[in-house]
Design a protein around this ligand. Sequence first.
Ligand SMILES: [Zn+2]
Length: 263
Amino acid sequence: MSYGQNFHEFARYERQMGYASWGIAGQEKLKTARVGLVGCGGLGAAVALHLVRAGVGFLRVIDDDRVSLSNLHRQILYVEKDVANRCYKTRVAAERLLEANSGAVVEPLVGRLTVDTVESFMHGLDLVVDGSDNFAARFLLNRAAVRFRMPWVYGGVGGASGMTMTIVPGEGPCLRCVLSEAENSTDPLRDYGSAVVNSVVTIIAALQSTEVYKLLIDPASRNRDLLAVDVWDMSFCKMMVERDPICPVCSGLPGAEVGTHEG
Ligand SMILES: [Zn+2]
């Protein structure tokens, strides 16, 4: 791509390409990137908008849900007519995303991430973003990401709290290194039920989107901690996390020896 020959494209992205760590080279990396998004609810809708507006060239989105009234307070891609029409989220999301940036390719999949679908979902992608609402899907994604050595960005919200972590298999802890898979004890946000403050969704989605940009443009600058946010307490807590040398998921990858803290 030559921005000298494509003024329209240059003008669209000039305000972010002007950021020194981004540049024209970064923009070109986004344009050729292929990103997957698991879930198109609160986190997923906001992440999708960020990525497509920023110029990520290809986005594959999987979700089996239809838009409902209780989604509208936080799921910023959807409007009231989508509830009335019982629209599938991924289909209406693809339409809205292309209205925002017709240069993107958005592949909407109506379905769930399962042991049967995860491999085809991840095929040909560079990385995946977690916009799911449950840890079964996240641990499934984590196992597949380790298997395919594919980076992914965990995100979760509950109440006024949220968490995010960037996982690069073999170069730091996987989700299983940090959280137990045993029953509900795995879910740090479980106490909130289905309640969620919409502003924390926006914050976690923005942080996840930023991690995607960094993984694509300058992977060394990615976040290496588990970040916990509470917008009601206005607290931001970064917790250093390390690989579990006996992790049942990722200990077979290089660099898992005891005492190794990779980055
Ligand atoms: Zn692990």
